[in-house]
Design a protein around this ligand. Structure first.
Ligand code: FES
Ligand code: FES
Length: 161
């Protein structure tokens, strides 16, 4: 279909266990469609350049920076946003370790951490650090975020080093 001279397509996205229709241009990012059409504003707009990770969602079990994925590319995949997490242990762990201040980066870090814990529940410190380097927090020291991840993995004490 064409709206105001721009060709758009009807697509369907499988988000948080629900099939959601959307009308998109081929250039629309998954981030923009999640936020602006589906009302899922947990994924945040940061750099929109793949650097900060504020927009992280999980696609087929893999953490994805949704500003770098086109909505049309996400068809047929299983997408989970922060709104789709229900009492995931990492959420409580973030609270207990005070792993946030302003909170803007928090949904992205929680999605990144949730995927890490699911994929590598026995990850060593090197792997944890490598994964967490994917996202940026301007408030915390990162120590608390790492502590939250380690606490869910049962690596007592929480602190690194
Ligand atoms: S907004 Fe996607 S990586 Fe920064
Ligand atoms: S808590 Fe503010 S950017 Fe991370």
């Amino acid at each position: 279909m064409e709206i105001r001279g721009i060709t758009r397509d009807e697509i369907e996205l499988n988000v948080n266990g629900t099939r959601r229709p959307a009308v998109v241009c081929s250039s629309d990012t998954l981030l923009r469609v999640l936020r602006e059409q589906l009302g899922l504003t947990g994924a945040k707009i940061g750099c929109e350049n793949g650097d900060c990770g504020a927009c992280t969602v999980i696609v087929d079990g893999v953490p994805i920076k949704s500003c770098l994925m086109l909505a049309v590319e996400a068809q047929g995949s299983t997408i989970t946003t922060i709104e789709g997490l229900r009492d995931a242990p990492i959420q409580q762990a973030f609270i207990e370790t005070f792993a946030f201040q302003c909170g803007y980066c928090t949904p992205g870090f929680i999605m990144l951490s949730h995927a890490l814990i699911n994929r590598y529940p026995d990850a060593d410190e090197k792997v944890i650090q490598e994964w967490l380097q994917s996202n940026i927090c301007r408030c915390t020291s990162y120590e608390e975020i790492g502590a939250a991840v380690r606490s869910v993995m049962g690596k007592g004490g929480g602190k690194s080093g």
